[in-house]
Design a protein around this ligand. Structure first.
Ligand code: DAH
Length: 345
């Protein structure tokens, strides 16, 4: 019987040396190790042998079985390597020194302004957060103190989804999740977060209205945050964006999630405050709604309003971009018109 095993082995070696394809290897696996394979036959035969023969032949045939498995595996691997090498040799040779792309891309004007503001705030210790575009009614409304049937809901024509969720109508929708994520601030380390994002409202589209636009919201919460902090940060923000010192003024404004709430106006950059068509002769441009975060909003975010205060602002990023670059028609921004969009630096 031992000779049979020897013969199988040499026969296998010879065939293996001849094999060139994966199909041939597979055929050999079946011929030797398959249910009716030559090695399997010997294994089945073991039970008819006497103890001594069983031991000897058993050892040999099992060793051969392992050897065949391993050699077939190695042969398949070797074939893959050869195939890969041949493919590489046949592949077209690229000349990387030839310039292929003559035109360099450009950033969207909203992205340019967004990054500029992010950099200013990052340098003042702010974290940048990314709010979801699909939100629950709770996050978009209830958590920012706009309960069901509140008239403020009608001011924001909302796109509802069939599952009851909605497309966020303002970046304020992320306030609650951010407060819960970071929790109450440590003494002397106010929570400072900036969260830009795309917002959606069911508006009729014209030169100054879009159903998709960008806002950029910010929040600072700590044990000693006041309106002066708010004014300081807003002034820094606007002076950096417009690259000059801007005059600002605060007027009372109502937003359910802040108390007190303000409209922050800047001195008209076109006429310097004398009055012109852009500022409707008032000398001021309404730009930045903001306020001190309402105690209800802090409470819903898990932050104790008796210990902490904070400010929030919701900048119309699309509007600011239009002002900065003198873009007269908002529709250009979502148009994908590269000729128009590429001119901004
Ligand atoms: N969420 C408001 C809106 O879209 C804008 C806003 C106003 C945000 C005042 C604020 C704020 O954080 O304090 O109309």
């Amino acid at each position: 019987m031992l000779e049979v095993v020897e013969k199988l082995k040499s026969e296998f070696e010879a065939k293996l040396a001849q094999s060139k394809t994966h199909e041939e290897i597979e055929a050999m696996r079946i011929a030797y190790l398959g249910k009716k394979g030559a090695v399997t036959d010997v294994l089945k035969d073991l039970k008819n042998m006497d103890a001594e023969a069983k031991k000897q032949v058993g050892q040999q045939i099992n060793a051969l079985k392992d050897e065949i498995e391993e050699k077939l595996r190695l042969q398949a691997k070797k074939m893959e390597e050869i195939k890969f090498q041949m493919a590489m040799e046949n592949a077209e040779k690229f000349d990387f020194s030839i310039p292929s792309c003559q035109e360099v891309g450009s950033l969207h004007p909203v992205t340019i302004v967004q990054r500029q503001i992010e950099n200013i705030f990052k340098s003042m210790g702010f974290i940048i957060e990314d709010g979801l575009e699909i939100q629950t009614e709770y996050n978009n409304f209830e958590a920012v103190n706009i309960p069901k049937h509140h008239p403020a809901r009608d001011m924001q024509d909302t796109y509802y989804l069939s599952n009851g969720q909605l497309l966020k109508t303002h970046t304020s929708a992320a306030q609650n999740a951010i407060m819960r994520k970071y929790g109450a601030p440590k003494p002397g380390e106010p929570l400072r977060v900036l969260f830009p994002g795309r917002c959606f409202r069911n508006e009729n589209i014209d030169a100054s209205h879009e159903n998709t636009f960008f806002q950029l919201e910010g929040m600072m919460i700590g044990d000693n945050i006041s309106i002066s902090n708010l004014i300081y940060f807003m002034k820094v923000l606007l002076s950096e964006v417009f690259e000059r010192d801007v005059k600002v003024r605060l007027r009372p404004g109502f937003f359910p999630f802040v108390e007190p709430g303000f409209e922050l106006d800047i001195n008209c950059l076109i006429c310097g405050g004398k009055g012109c068509p852009t500022c409707k002769q008032s000398g001021w441009l309404e730009l930045l709604p903001c306020g001190m975060i309402h105690p209800n909003v802090l409470t819903m975010g898990g932050i104790d309003p008796d210990k902490y205060t904070g400010f929030a602002f919701g900048l119309g990023l699309t509007r600011l971009t239009m002002m900065k670059y003198g873009i007269k028609d908002i529709r250009v921004l979502n148009s994908g018109n590269l000729k128009a969009l590429k001119q901004f630096k």
